[in-house]
Ligand binder design. Structure first.
Ligand code: C5P
Length: 299
């Protein structure tokens, strides 16, 4: 018998946080947030194949540094999906990575959400978006925002409660990402925040940089604790903001990526040249569109 194999290939976009405000610590140890998340054109590719033959979940990744076992968020997504539909699934997941890890760009969360969407499609849409978001929230706070197709979303709770963002004015169209060779682990960043806040989020709020734009505020409350340890980051933000054509720069999520918002008149080639000249080859430099819709291809 020829096994019935079905597959789907989806883009798995990265995100940046244009606004991240921490409102306080919760009883469950997480932090209560208000964050404006926008998808960007930097994306991984996730290919998911399923077969009706008995089998298991496996992951192949083109980046050998990424663990492919049960701890991989994409693997956890497939396991949770299988439990939710009460069916053992034979699924192969291929990850083609462009989004760096430990970067504050949501790469692992986006891959997990994309696997949920792919499996749901391949199994005939047994779950609705609310159910997929519920599964996503069990994997990580950032997963539900990637389940929805909204290019910009306002996220609250620990980040898992999402609604489409309605900004007063259009968001900037392009950003320049600078990701150093070192990662920043998210749990460490929140721990450093809690130590700096000492139970009073106002202590850190007072230190956070806030820039006003027609679309809203650019701000990240995780900058003060993360910048205090990783001095390369504030130095890079300051340098980026000194360049003509850049309206502001900030850290994304818990870092280590910093992004610069380009003004409409920016000369992108000379900005890229300045970055190539300043940073070592181990630093990722990427010009991205903000709010780009991911491209999809099915088989
Ligand atoms: O939800 P996620 O797995 O991405 O969170 C990783 C870690 O970051 C959590 O274990 C927690 O330490 C911290 N975190 C937090 N408050 C949030 C989100 C994450 O303290 N809202």
């Amino acid at each position: 018998m020829i096994p019935h194999v079905r597959e789907v290939t989806l883009a798995s976009p990265a995100k940046i946080n244009l606004f991240l405000r921490i409102l306080g610590r919760r009883a469950d140890g997480f932090h209560e947030l208000e964050t404006l998340i926008v998808k960007i054109s930097l994306a991984d590719t996730v290919r998911v194949m399923v077969s009706d033959l008995p089998g298991d979940i496996s992951i192949t990744c083109d980046n050998p540094d990424i663990p492919t076992g049960a701890d991989n968020l994409a693997h956890r997504a497939a396991t949770l999906f299988s439990q939710a539909i009460n069916r053992q699934i034979n699924c192969r997941i291929y990850l083609k990575k462009n989004i760096p890890s430990g970067a504050g760009l949501g790469g692992g969360s986006s891959n997990a959400a994309t696997v949920l969407l792919a499996l749901n499609k391949l199994y005939g849409e047994p779950l609705n978006l609310t159910q997929l978001c519920y599964l996503g929230a069990q994997i990580g706070s950032d997963v539900p925002v990637f389940v929805h197709g909204w290019p910009a979303a306002l996220c609250t709770g620990r980040g898992e409660l999402i609604s489409p963002a309605n900004t007063q004015a259009p968001l900037p169209s392009h950003c320049l990402l600078i990701k150093p060779a070192f990662p920043v682990p998210t749990p460490w960043a929140y721990k450093a925040y809690a130590e700096m806040a000492q139970g009073d989020s106002q202590r850190v709020t007072a230190l956070a940089r806030v820039r006003q734009f027609a679309w809203g505020e650019l701000r990240n409350d995780l900058e003060p604790p993360v910048f205090a340890k990783y001095l390369w980051l504030p130095a890079t933000v300051q340098w980026l903001e000194s360049l003509e054509g850049i309206s502001a720069a900030a850290m994304s999520g818990s870092g280590s990526t910093v992004f610069a918002l380009l003004s409409p008149s920016a000369d992108t080639q000379s900005l890229l040249n300045a970055c190539y000249k300043r940073f070592s080859p181990s630093t990722m430099i990427s010009l991205c569109q903000i709010g780009a819709a991911p491209t999809t291809s099915n088989n």
